[in-house]
Design a binder for this molecule. Structure first.
Ligand code: BGC
Length: 886
């Protein structure tokens, strides 16, 4: 960094790529409906359409588009019998609401787009994409079915029914949901490639169903549809209070297959009282505790057509559950995303096998075994080994994370759980018959199938490992719901953690559909008085709500979504929820001061064990609450402005002014000191503009002095950490931000990396320098909150920022420093890929930037010696700049 302050500015601009003289090509790609590719359970009357423009010409902008939709693919490409067609002269290529005739329940639609650009080029029609409407309430013919009598068994019920087909099939779709978790099959083959379905929502208010194309699974003659249910979040153990059956104690299946034959006729297969049920080989399954599978109990061939049902198969019971809370799946399904091979297999002195997968991750282990029927193999999971190399599970608290497999025959068998998942890097295997070979075991990472949108790499291997750890933290904790941790008896949608990590998450992966779904649960579970529960879906008590920095997820995430994806509808949808959260804080305030109620405060801030001279960084909880009160109110006023709600905007701007002056009166001395002299206090006050302008610089100085007084260490917890480096960079102290980022001793981001972490830890010192652990009751090794630094790294090291919502205008402003001499990053924005790479070689700062079509960018080169910044405005294309930095 210091190098760069002596820049003598001689930069040159190059445009790499095809110039105007060469043939230019223009095409349209990445068509999406409701932010997803070819979704099959669309429920909105006005789905949202978007596409990307691909162009080899620089400075390309969309001038016009034409779009066509048909219920029939052949008709679409022939341009006949179109359901809707529209064209407009506009730059808009994202977040366009469907405005055609009504869309029919369960029906597929096909669509294409073509565009014209500012250079006079016209694209061909895009490839055909499609979507399918979900089932409306009235279209459900299937009935909820369950076991006869009371559902008391821990074992998984299985269900089956056979059907005959004697015509040629054109298409078939299965619509499935469950109270509990389901896996369903046709003729022995699993329907779809999703796991842990129907996912987790606030089940009392909404339950998702999925739809899968099953055309290829059906055949002429006899067909069998079957399914198995597990407890899951619905009926299993949930939360840290050993609570069970929170949503209900009766598991149920709902399954409807819609078949269209080539002669145009249609048929519906559906769960009803003609289905049969029995118990299967899954003796018990639980998200936290794992699964027990007794292969001796398998009903061989039960999923196939030629199976004969024994008297153990009983008629099901139909259950009077409603349909009106069924919602089509609208977020990425949980899929098997990665397979990891063992990095090491060893034996303990007691003969148990320990397998190291080299990466703390979430999912399960697949294991093959051959031995005597009745042999029990136990697979246990742990995130870490202790300092003596022993398998360590105390930090799982009461979660067993233990799968048991009982061999059913002497043939080789393959096992993995169905209705559980584990957080682990190591597994311990007891009772394995014979030697375990590396090819007999693999770890499968399961997570919501989000597209990876960001890449980030520098010349510093520790920073690269930190980035990897952040991404793995995201993978492991984005399993349908954004959770705090994936391994102990918790795994809940903690709101504070989610808001802290949101921006980083949106760089690494496309989280638009994922969070759209979760925000619906937030709205559903928000209290009447506007208070927001600590966790979403809410499984805690009515009192567990309304904490500063946690409840603010209601404003922070919708606002972050709007910035990242540019779709104003998220603000429209969430506006009432946002406003009622702000009104809630207002209702709890006196004279605009929010100083009542329970707060977590700056959770897990720096606190030395032996604190004789008061080094613990305790920040007054109400000071924090006041800052977040202001922040949410400002987001609300900004959202009101965007939505054209003028009187609300004025009302909340006035409130914001009052909140800030109440803050100054209560927490600020006349000379500018805050009542809590911590990093978090100064960071929040500066980040949210709580201080009068004339007192800001001295507050920055106090913050820097504080950091220096801890030997360039941070002392912040969950609420201060996400903003710490941002505040430093904003006030010209990015070299201090780099000092914190590059710090390798506790507390810092790189300390866990140096200690061998492969994910982000809950505690700055989950493993202490002497190798001992933090308190077992709160020591997750996969907790993404502190990974919030990723947002700063993308925005400042790479310099990729949204100048306007959705990256229509992009700001590229790398701030080199920390001894990093090379950085490369990219982000797939709603308009296409932005990429930045820079290096420092022989006193030259070399920057290459790619900007996607239909956007503009301002590129800020690092500060010159005279303190000035060169800013260049460009359109799409690839550019290179070289600046002398001597
Ligand atoms: C969770 C957190 C959460 C916190 C609330 C913990 O048990 O793991 O991440 O935000 O409680 O203070």
């Amino acid at each position: 960094m210091r190098l760069l302050s002596s820049i003598s500015i001689a930069f040159c601009l190059l445009i790499i790529g095809t110039g105007f003289t060469r043939a230019q090509s223009l095409s349209v790609d990445d068509l999406r409906i409701d932010h997803q590719h070819n979704p099959v359970t669309v429920s909105s009357e006005r789905p949202i359409l978007s596409w990307k423009i691909i162009s080899t010409a620089p400075e390309t902008v969309q001038r016009a588009f034409e779009l066509r939709v048909s219920a029939d693919q052949q008709n679409l490409v022939r341009g006949r019998n179109l359901h809707w067609t529209t064209r407009a002269q506009t730059e808009q290529s994202i977040a366009l609401p469907y405005a055609g005739p009504a869309l029919e329940s369960g029906k597929p639609y096909y669509w294409q787009v073509r565009v014209q650009d500012n250079h006079g080029n016209r694209s061909a029609w895009s490839e055909v994409q499609h979507w399918q409407m979900g089932l409306e309430t009235l279209s459900w013919k299937a009935q909820w079915i369950g076991v006869p009598g009371k559902d008391t068994s821990a074992a998984s019920p299985i269900f089956r029914k056979s059907y005959a087909i004697n015509k040629k099939i054109k298409s078939a779709t299965a619509h499935i949901s469950a109270r509990g978790l389901y896996e369903a099959y046709i003729n022995g083959q699993k329907i779809g490639d999703a796991y842990l379905t129907p996912g987790w929502t606030s089940y009392k208010k909404q339950i998702q169903y999925q739809a899968f194309d099953v055309t290829a699974l059906l055949s002429k003659g006899k067909n069998v549809v079957s399914a198995v249910l597990g407890d899951g979040w619905y009926r299993g153990r949930i939360g840290f209070n050993n609570q069970r059956a929170f949503y209900g104690d009766t598991r149920a299946l709902l399954l409807q297959v819609e078949i269209t034959y080539t002669d145009g006729s249609r048929e519906t297969w559906k769960t009803d009282d003609s289905w049969k049920t029995s118990l299967g080989a899954i003796i018990s399954s639980d998200i936290y505790d794992g699964e027990t599978y007794d292969a001796r109990l398998e009903k061989r061939g039960w999923k196939l057509a030629d199976y004969t049902e024994s008297p153990a198969w009983l008629p099901v019971q139909t259950l009077p559950y409603p349909y009106d809370n069924l919602v089509g799946n609208q977020s990425p399904l949980i899929r098997k995303r990665e397979r990891l091979k063992p990095q090491g297999i060893s034996r303990t002195t007691t003969g148990d096998i320990i397998v190291d997968f080299g990466q703390n991750m979430v999912g399960w282990v697949e294991i093959k075994a051959q031995g005597k029927a009745g042999t029990t193999i136990i697979v246990e999971h742990a995130e870490v080994l202790d300092k003596d190399g022993h398998f360590y599970t105390k930090n799982l608290r009461s979660a067993k994370q233990q799968n048991r497999y009982i061999l059913g025959s002497s043939h080789e068998q393959s096992f993995s759980p169905h209705f559980s998942f584990q957080g682990f890097r190591y597994v311990k295997i007891t009772g394995y018959p014979g030697e375990l070979s590396a090819s007999a075991i693999a770890a499968v990472a399961l997570y919501s199938d989000m597209e990876e949108t960001g890449t980030f790499e520098t010349s510093n291997p520790l920073i690269n490992q930190l980035q990897k750890n952040i991404v793995w933290g995201q993978k492991g904790n984005f399993v349908d719901v954004p959770t705090d941790c994936p391994q102990r008896d918790e795994r809940l949608g903690w709101t504070g953690d989610a808001q802290a990590f949101f921006n980083t998450a949106a760089y690494n992966m496309d989280v638009q559909a994922f969070f759209t779904k979760w925000l619906k649960d937030l709205t559903a579970d928000q209290h009447q008085n506007g208070s927001v529960p600590f966790v979403i879906p809410d499984i805690l008590t009515a009192n567990d709500a309304g904490a500063a920095g946690w409840g603010d997820v209601a404003t922070i995430v919708p606002w972050g979504m709007y910035q990242a994806y540019g779709d104003v509808r998220i603000l429209e949808k969430q506006y009432n929820s946002m406003r009622s959260w702000v009104d809630y804080m207002h209702s709890k305030s006196k004279d605009n001061l929010w100083n009542t109620g329970f707060h977590f405060g700056d959770w897990l801030f720096y606190r030395p064990d032996d604190d004789n001279d008061g080094r613990a960084a305790v920040t007054d909880k109400y000071l924090i609450a006041q800052c977040f009160y202001a922040h949410s109110t400002e987001i609300l006023a900004n959202s009101a402005k965007i939505l054209g709600k003028t009187s609300d905007e004025q009302k909340y701007r006035d409130l914001l002014t009052a909140i800030r002056s109440a803050f100054q009166q209560e927490y600020l001395t006349p000379s500018g000191r805050l009542v809590s002299s911590t990093q978090t206090a100064y960071v929040l006050a500066l980040q949210f503009d709580m201080l009068p302008e004339n007192l800001r610089q001295q507050a920055v100085q106090r913050l820097v002095e504080n950091i220096r007084s801890y030997g360039n260490h941070l002392t912040t917890g969950f609420l201060g950490t996400p903003y710490l480096c941002h505040v430093l960079a904003r006030f010209g102290q990015h070299h201090v931000a780099y000092d914190l980022l590059m710090q390798e001793t506790y507390p810092s981001w790189l300390y866990p990396v140096k200690m061998g972490a492969t994910t982000i830890w809950e505690r700055w010192d989950g493993i202490k320098p002497d190798g001992t652990f933090q308190t077992a009751s709160m020591n997750s090794f996969n907790h993404y909150a502190y990974g919030a630094i990723g947002d700063w790294m993308y925005k400042n090291i790479a310099g990729i920022q949204a100048e306007t919502a959705g990256y229509k205008n992009i700001r590229i402003a790398p701030l080199p420093g920390g001894g990093i001499n090379e950085a490369r990053a990219s982000l797939e924005t709603p308009y296409g890929k932005v990429s930045v790479s820079w290096n420092i070689k022989n006193d030259m700062f070399n920057l290459t930037v790619s900007i996607p079509p239909n956007t503009k960018a301002s590129i800020e080169l690092p500060e010159q010696q005279n303190g000035k910044k060169k800013v260049l405005r460009v359109g799409s294309g690839t550019y290179a700049y070289t600046t002398k930095i001597k």
